[in-house]
Design a protein around this ligand. Structure first.
Ligand code: CTP
Ligand code: MG
Length: 218
C-alpha cells in the first residue's frame, strides 16, 4: 500500500484528561486499557511505534512490535515533538494517533496510506466525518447560524510525510493551539487531504463517552 516507504506510528498518551476527570487513556475498556486498544490501529510488526506517556504511567502491556515509550510534554504538540525526536531521519511517513481513540481500525489507516500514495504533492492525509448538528456562532446573547456544509470534524490517526511533519512542528508559530497535527502542517503551507473517517472512531473525552465506546467493543 505504501510501497517500500517506512511508516512510524505515534500514539500520544501524555494528556491529563481534564474534561474526563482522570487519565482516560489508562482506563479499562472491555478488558483492555484504552491506550492498548488505540495501538491496534497499527497492524503489523513492520510498524515501529512511539508511545508518548509520562514516567509515572503504568507500564503498557500489549504494544505493537518494537514500540518505545518517550516522555511527553505539557501540550499535545510538545508530546508529538518528543516522539519526532525518537524517529530516525530515514523515516518516510509518520501516523500520529490519539491514545484516547480506542476504536480506530487498520482499514482506516490503509485508506490514509492509499490517499497519500496517490497524491505525491500532498503533505498528509487526515480522516474526517461530517458535522451532523446545527452550528451557531454566539454574538453576545444572540445566535447566528453557520453554514455547516463545508465543515468537517477531523479524527486521528493523521498521516504525514515525515520530513514535513518534522518541519511543521519546528517552524509553526508557538502560540497556535495545535489541537491536531493537520493544523500544524497547514501553518507551514502543507496541503492535507481529507479522507473518509469512521463515525465509530470517537474520542474518549467526557466520562459519558465510556459507555458508548464499551458498547461498541462488544
Ligand atoms: N495528549 C498528549 N500530551 C498532552 C496533551 C494531550 O499526549 N500534553 C494526548 C492525550 O493523551 C490524548 C490526545 O492527546 O490521547 C488527545 O487529547 P485530548 O483528548 O485533549 O486529551 P487530554 O488533553 O488528556 O484531555 P483534556 O483536554 O480534557 O485535558
Ligand atoms: Mg487536551
Amino acid at each position: 500500500m505504501c510501497g517500500s516507504a517506512s511508516l512510524w506510528g505515534v500514539v500520544v498518551a501524555a494528556g491529563s484528561g481534564e474534561r474526563y476527570g482522570d487519565r482516560k487513556q489508562f482506563v479499562a475498556l472491555a478488558g483492555r486499557l484504552v491506550v492498548e486498544r488505540a495501538c491496534d490501529v497499527f497492524p503489523s510488526d513492520a510498524v515501529i511505534g512511539v508511545v508518548v506517556a509520562l514516567p509515572s504511567d503504568p507500564p503498557l502491556l500489549r504494544l505493537p512490535g518494537h514500540a518505545v515509550t518517550v516522555t511527553g510534554g505539557a501540550t499535545r504538540r510538545a508530546s508529538v515533538r518528543a516522539a519526532l525526536g525518537r524517529i530516525p531521519r530515514t523515516a518516510d511517513l509518520v501516523a500520529v494517533h490519539d491514545a484516547a481513540r480506542p476504536l480506530a481500525t487498520p482499514a482506516l489507516l490503509f485508506r490514509l496510506l492509499a490517499a497519500l500514495h496517490a497524491d505525491p504533492g500532498a503533505a498528509g492525509a487526515v480522516p474526517v466525518v461530517p458535522v451532523t448538528d446545527a452550528l451557531k456562532r454566539r454574538e453576545g446573547s444572540a445566535l447566528r447560524s453557520v453554514d455547516r456544509s463545508p465543515l468537517v470534524i477531523t479524527q486521528t490517526p493523521q498521516l504525514f510525510r515525515a520530513d514535513l511533519l518534522r518541519r511543521a512542528h519546528a517552524e509553526a508559530p508557538e502560540g497556535m493551539p495545535g489541537f491536531d497535527d493537520a493544523e500544524v502542517v497547514e501553518a507551514i503551507g502543507g496541503r492535507v487531504l481529507a479522507v473518509d473517517g469512521d463515525l465509530d472512531n470517537r474520542k474518549l473525552t467526557h466520562p459519558g463517552d465510556l459507555s458508548w465506546l464499551a458498547a461498541s467493543c462488544l
